[in-house]
Design a protein around this ligand. Structure first.
Ligand code: IPE
Ligand code: IPE
Ligand code: MG
Length: 245
């Protein structure tokens, strides 16, 4: 497949609606999102995607009712326990971006996150990034604080603060910017996802609810991505040449 996006970032949305439509509790929609994600991981590996990022919990999701929040925390603990070795065996490196040290995040989950990153730190078949307790604005606030600390300590001259200085202080400085951001469930917004990193990403929106998404839907989204002309602010080529994706 030509022009495979190096980094695909997904906003996995619509679990609650998927469950409601079946008379199930919202949390059963989250449970059914797991096989969808793991099918997509296998599909991405097969296609040659190097980085896959999945939005699993936003800094705004704490506003949901306590039962759902507690479920999602425990779900993440269980998921890491059940799936960590499988991802490791596939040569996948696990990363988490977000506020893992937030006191609202259960200690057991924080430990599992750290363990999963440590265990898989030598892998290089694909990078799997979980955006957990993640918000783009919080990520930028944290970068601003680090910059202020470095200026105060005399390590950084304010005149040297540039794009690279900010990018170097994000959660995962080595992560390339996403080429493609996919959002499921028909919502047309970013919901605070990768605000800095997605400045020039292509967006593909699909009405498919996340539990119904799979590797074939991923391929469909990538085919749409491949039809786009990525210009990064440049002029349209008079010869009508395609972007290089
Ligand atoms: C996405 O599905 C999963 C999380 C935000 C954790 P939702 O739970 O947002 O599902 P809808 O949007 O209510 O259908
Ligand atoms: C975004 O979905 C967060 C995740 C998918 C984890 P939401 O369902 O929380 O976003 P809004 O509230 O519809 O914008
Ligand atoms: Mg939603």
């Amino acid at each position: 497949m030509a022009r495979v996006p190096r980094h695909v970032a997904i906003i996995m949305d619509g679990n609650g609606r998927w469950a409601n439509a079946r008379g199930l509790h919202r949390t059963q929609g989250h449970a059914r999102g797991e096989p969808a994600l793991f099918d997509v991981i296998d599909g991405a590996l097969g296609i040659g995607v190097e980085w896959l990022t999945a939005y699993t919990f936003s800094t705004e999701n704490w506003s949901r009712d306590e039962y759902e929040v507690d479920y999602l925390m425990q779900f993440n603990v269980d998921l890491l326990q059940r799936r960590r070795d499988e991802l490791h065996a596939k040569g996948i490196r696990i990363h988490f971006i977000g506020e893992r040290d937030d006191p609202r995040v259960p200690q057991e989950l924080r430990e599992r996150i750290n363990d999963a990153e440590e265990l898989t730190s030598g892998n290089d078949h694909m990078h799997m990034v979980f955006a957990f307790n993640y918000g783009g604005r919080t990520e930028l606030v944290k970068a601003a604080r680090r910059i202020a600390d470095d200026v105060m300590a005399g390590r950084l001259d304010p005149a040297e603060i540039d794009h690279a200085a900010i990018a170097a202080r994000l959660y995962l400085p080595d992560m390339p910017d996403p080429d493609l951001v996919i959002r499921t469930s028909g919502e047309l917004r970013t919901s605070n996802y990768l605000l800095w990193e997605a400045a020039y990403s292509e967006y593909v929106f699909t009405s498919v609810l996340w539990p119904d998404f799979d590797r074939q839907t991923l391929v469909d989204c990538i085919i749409e991505y491949q039809s786009r002309d990525r210009r990064f602010g440049g002029a349209i080529d008079a010869a009508g040449a395609e972007g290089d994706g």
